[in-house]
Design a protein around this ligand. Structure first.
Ligand code: BTN
Length: 246
């Protein structure tokens, strides 16, 4: 049980790196870092996003970090529990700053229909268990201009400027709390919290599903974390690559 504080011990602070997730993955491939190790960078030259996309962030303005965990109490089929933990932790930090954050499945954080944070989780498996998980967080903090990313926002836009080191500490503490909660109380508890703050839950919207526009209603997630959308009189489950929000 990780009742004691582990997240952020140690913290490796880097000025510039290709990607904090890549750095974390090379650490776990070449050494045996402590669970809870945080890699924190001021700038990434090749930040990674979901499904092979890039994560762009102005140097010194946003939180770019990866947390190395050893979630030996969940199975590879339950990896989505980490998405829920990370999403809830970021939502907690934003709500404490009075920013009305919501969780857009699988793990983006939205404020007023704009993205404020992206999360990229990569698991390293060994046989039937998760050897390491790398939880990468890109949280927009003090960036005001997003160029052609019209649907991006930041803490400064929604509230006021913040010290990055302070936001990093708040994120580590929130992650610690939600991760311990997963370990002690389990998936159903974390899932019910996750669904409480889910963007577009129980309302009708359009989705792009396998090349078609479909009007549907998000009803929740299944036991693997796939999104459940009700349409055409039935509830269907979709994996990340199968559905896009319109
Ligand atoms: C997304 O596409 O929404 C996920 C973005 C994740 C970005 C963060 S920034 C810190 C960490 N390092 C990376 O290369 N990516 C993640």
């Amino acid at each position: 049980m990780h009742k004691r504080k582990i997240i952020g011990i140690p913290t490796i602070e880097l000025d510039t790196v290709d990607s904090t997730n890549d750095y974390a993955i090379s650490l776990v491939s070449n050494s045996n870092p402590n669970a809870g190790t945080v890699i924190y960078a001021h700038h990434q030259s090749a930040g990674r996003g979901q499904i092979g996309s890039k994560w762009q962030s102005k140097a010194g303005e946003n939180l770019l970090m990866s947390v190395i965990l050893k979630p030996d109490f969940i199975l590879p089929t339950q990896q989505f529990a980490l998405n829920m933990v990370a999403s809830l932790a970021i939502k907690d930090v934003l709500v404490a700053l009075e920013i009305p954050a919501q969780i857009k499945w699988p793990n983006d954080i939205y404020v007023h229909d704009k993205k404020i944070c992206g999360i990229l989780i990569q698991c390293i498996l060994a046989g039937k268990s998760i050897k390491y998980a790398v939880v990468g967080i890109g949280l927009n903090v003090n960036q005001v201009e997003f160029g052609d990313l019209a649907k991006a926002t930041s803490i400064i836009i929604e509230s006021k400027s913040q010290h990055l080191a302070q936001i990093k500490s708040l994120v580590c503490a929130a992650l610690q709390k939600r991760y311990t909660e997963l370990e002690t109380e389990g998936w159903p508890h974390i899932e019910s919290l996750y669904l409480q703050d889910m963007y577009r839950m129980h309302s009708t919207y359009d989705y792009r599903i396998k090349g078609q526009t479909v009007q549907g209603i998000i009803r929740g997630i299944d036991a693997s974390g796939a999104l459940q959308i009700e349409h055409d009189g039935q509830v269907h489950s979709y994996a990340m690559k199968e559905v896009a929000y319109i």
